[in-house]
Design a protein around this ligand. Structure first.
Ligand SMILES: *[C@@H]1O[C@H](CO)[C@@H](O)[C@H](O)[C@H]1NC(C)=O
Ligand SMILES: *[C@@H]1O[C@H](CO)[C@@H](O)[C@H](O)[C@H]1NC(C)=O
Ligand SMILES: *[C@@H]1O[C@H](CO)[C@@H](O)[C@H](O)[C@H]1NC(C)=O
Ligand SMILES: *[C@@H]1O[C@H](CO)[C@@H](O)[C@H](O)[C@H]1NC(C)=O
Ligand SMILES: *[C@@H]1O[C@H](CO)[C@@H](O)[C@H](O)[C@H]1NC(C)=O
Ligand SMILES: *[C@@H]1O[C@H](CO)[C@@H](O)[C@H](O)[C@H]1NC(C)=O
Length: 407
């Protein structure tokens, strides 16, 4: 009796693990298929997960046999330079598939017809790839079958060979043509973006956008439009190269907060390149009075500044903002002391030592010249004659040049 019960338990366990943890044969036993806690979305929820992490695949053909009950597909750390047309089996339905993670696969090119039957997917992750999306590689309808996509992760996703201003233009086309009307979160961290460039409306194609993450780029200003984004509530600009906001950026943010009030937009921008001199005066005053929620701005550190004692201070500790140099009359007018302050760097002891050295060297040279005056004369007199004759000739030559051409 006990024995049969034991047998039953073993049997059930075997069946359980077989039905839950075995992938179809095409996966070559390199992946895990089964219920697993999801890293994405709700943390304490188990989902049917197909996990091919660092499986050494160089093609994605096995995804044709992806079980149709899959809820989370993790396919990362493989080498798939080009994603094929119809990545998943076209005759199957994937109504439960809510997360696709394709990070770190060295993907360079995604064809326009790669993704089908993905209308339930909420999260698409393409981090750490080498995507090229410009010129002949541009496929504006790339994400068009992701009808309910809410979170798009494009952290360090693009090839560094292509200038960010170029692929941002393509990205605007992709957002427009793919109609990502449910997108709430856009991750664009670590993409070497130095300027949004001419397409300041790039994010306007994402009407439901709530969170925009531009951390770890090279932005120098807040140079994109947000007035078209009615649900936006969070922007991350940490670790960029922002020295201060331009007047235009401050105006745009004030206008946005005025319209959205009382809801606030939160901007996180620690570890930028704050410069605390007279040119930041307006910006720091603005930070102190704007209704936009610039998180912890009082603790931003000055990476540079004038007077130089500002360097390393936080914005709340800075009390004096002067101009580093005279760029124009009006800057001097703002701070009449800046000019005089400029020479304070050299101590009088240094200047004294330098003057002494100069006088000493000159007298030494004169003394040497005096003692060898006969010899010097014999060297220099012929040269002097030669030079004066030469100048005479060249002067003549120059005057005659037109005549020579005529001959
Ligand atoms: C196997 O999957 C079934 C549902 O398909 C589930 O009830 C069962 O708990 C799973 N077993 C294991 C060991 O994960
Ligand atoms: C996927 O598999 C890898 C390695 O096999 C493992 O480290 C990782 O935790 C798995 N992920 C999930 C969500 O199960
Ligand atoms: C695609 O799905 C169909 C229908 O379920 C199935 O018959 C076919 O074998 C699948 N193709 C592959 C390559 O697994
Ligand atoms: C991108 O192009 C701009 C000018 O068009 C240039 O200033 C910048 O250095 C380029 N950036 C890279 C990473 O090539
Ligand atoms: C913006 O457009 C102007 C004119 O169309 C062009 O001259 C300029 O190079 C563009 N700037 C960038 C950063 O692409
Ligand atoms: C901010 O403004 C208040 C008064 O409105 C002022 O007392 C305070 O010194 C200002 N702080 C900074 C850092 O400018």
């Amino acid at each position: 009796m006990v024995f049969t019960r034991l047998l039953l338990v073993i049997c059930c366990l075997a069946w359980g693990s077989a039905s839950n943890n075995t992938c179809p044969p095409a996966f070559l036993n390199r992946c895990n298929c089964g219920m697993a806690y999801s890293r994405y979305g709700f943390p304490n929820q188990m989902k049917y997960t197909v996990n091919c992490t660092n499986s050494g695949f160089t093609s994605a053909t096995m995804l044709q046999s992806l079980p149709s009950r899959t809820e989370v597909l993790i396919f990362t750390g493989n080498i798939i330079p080009t994603l094929p047309i119809n990545l998943f089996n076209k005759t199957e339905f994937f109504d439960d598939l809510d997360t696709i993670d394709l990070s770190g696969n060295h993907i360079r090119f995604i064809q326009g017809k790669t993704f089908h039957r993905v209308s339930a997917v909420k999260t698409l992750i393409l981090n750490h790839n080498d995507l090229e999306i410009t010129d002949e590689k541009e496929r504006p309808r790339l994400f068009s079958n992701f009808d309910e996509l809410e979170h798009l992760h494009l952290t360090n996703a693009f090839s560094e060979k292509i200038n960010s201003t170029d692929y941002l233009l393509s990205l605007e086309d992709i957002f427009y043509e793919s109609r990502l009307d449910s997108l709430k979160t856009l991750h664009l961290e670590q993409n070497e973006i130095w300027s949004i460039g001419n397409n300041t409306r790039v994010f306007c194609q994402l009407p439901k956008l709530e969170q925009l993450l531009l951390t770890d780029n090279r932005l120098r200003d807040f140079d994109f439009r947000i007035d078209c984004l009615h649900s936006l509530r969070y922007i991350n600009l940490e670790r960029n190269m922002i020295t201060r906001f331009s007047d235009d950026a401050m105006k745009r943010l004030d206008k946005y907060t005025e319209i959205r009030s009382p809801r606030k937009i939160k901007i996180r921008m620690r570890q930028n390149n704050m410069v605390c001199d007279c040119r930041s005066k307006h910006f720091i005053e603005w930070l102190n009075k704007t209704n936009a929620d610039i998180e912890d701005w009082r603790d931003f550190k000055c990476n540079d500044g004038y007077p130089s004692s500002n360097v390393g201070k936080t914005l709340k500790e800075v009390h004096e903002l002067r101009c580093p140099y005279d760029t124009s009359g009006n800057m001097r007018a703002m701070d009449p002391l800046s000019h005089a302050g400029h020479f304070h760097g050299y101590s009088s002891a240094t200047i004294g030592a330098l003057s002494f050295l100069l006088v000493f060297t000159t007298s030494l040279l004169l003394a040497v010249a005096y003692f060898h005056k006969q010899k010097l004369k014999s060297i220099f007199v012929p040269y002097w004659d030669f030079i004066t004759r030469k100048i005479g000739y060249t002067g003549l030559n120059h005057d005659e040049a037109p005549q020579e051409v005529n001959v």
